[in-house]
Write a protein that binds this ligand. Structure first.
Ligand code: BJW
Ligand code: ZN
Length: 237
């Protein structure tokens, strides 16, 4: 049996499915990943842009970077990988899509139950009070301020050194614990605690990536290729 045949067999037999996605699944939509060739962390230092300290030091720079990324994402469209996951959700009893991505492409592809463990780049939230809003376009005229309390707004994403949203994280852990199949697609599996979900699965794990990751030796099936090709193929007879 080829790895793809084995993966199809696992997919066909699972009614409770969990999927963990990362930046690689949006690469074919033209959105840069973080690590690897063309990755954001090749050009930018995460310490300067994606930590609470960086934001305190230089909110203008951080907002400028996020507005630039919002613009890139705003022009992108969901790809065949996002669409395959949205369709899969409609075929099985329980389907949890756990994503590290902040780009909102899973929403736009039609997925309904999405656990955004690293937040949403379109969300802006107050650094002082509970105010938050979804922004729809990527205009920029300096760091925005809270309409309720005048404090700075910040992007609604999870930076290094910050805790993941509690309820979303707990739900993700439960989904991985309860699933009959875990699919991990387009993540380098280097950022924690997200990557740790892979090791928590008692169910078989299918990994979809263009290259090996630290978890490859531990997975049940490793499929090598782009997620926009491989995810739709999981359902062919
Ligand atoms: C394709 C493809 C195609 C390409 N098809 N595949 C344990 C050990 C060591 C360190 C830590 C640890 N626990 C915690 C830490 C610290 C830190 C961390 O993990 N550091 C490591 C990097 C060493 N973690 C944290 O700080 C986290 N918080 C935390 O732990 O809090 C604890 C705490 C406790 C109590 C009080 C306070 C705090 C938070 C992590 C937040 C990560 N944030 C970012 C930025 C989000 C906002 C934004 O977008 O700007 O999230 S970093 C960035 O990495 C982003 C991503 O979600 C995340 C993961 O990246 P991902 O998705 O895997 O992308 P890539 O680029 O890495 O990989 C792409 C993959 O796709 C590659 O494998 C390609 O091969 C593949 N690919 N094209 C299929 N077409
Ligand atoms: Zn406020």
């Amino acid at each position: 049996m080829t790895p793809l045949e084995r993966a199809r067999q696992l997919v066909a037999g699972a009614e409770r499915v969990a999927v963990l996605t990362g930046a690689g699944i949006s690469a074919e939509s033209g959105i840069p990943t973080f690590r690897g060739a063309g990755g954001l962390w090749r050009k930018f230092r995460p310490e300067d842009l994606a930590t609470p300290e960086a934001f305190e030091r230089n909110p203008e720079l951080v907002w400028e970077w996020y507005i630039w990324r919002r613009a890139l994402i705003g022009e992108a469209q969901p790809n065949a990988g996002h669409l395959a996951l949205a369709q899969w959700e409609r075929r099985v009893q329980e389907f949890s899509l756990i994503t590290q991505n902040v780009d909102g492409l899973h929403d736009r592809a039609g997925s309904r139950r999405i656990l955004k463990i690293h937040g949403d780049i379109w969300l802006s939230r107050c650094t002082a009070c509970s105010y938050q809003r979804m922004d729809r376009n990527a205009e920029y005229a300096g760091p925005p301020r809270c309409p309720e309390c005048e404090a700075l707004l910040r992007p609604g994403v999870v930076w290094f050194g910050e805790q993941l949203p509690r309820l979303v994280w707990d739900t993700a852990e439960r989904a991985v614990h309860d699933c009959q199949l875990l699919v991990v697609a387009g993540t380098s599996a280097q950022v924690y605690p997200a990557a740790g979900l892979i090791g928590q699965s008692r169910a078989p794990v299918i990994e979809i990536n263009i290259e090996d990751t630290p978890y490859t030796p531990a997975v049940s099936v490793a499929l090598r290729g782009v997620s926009g090709d491989l995810l739709p193929q999981l359902f062919e007879p």
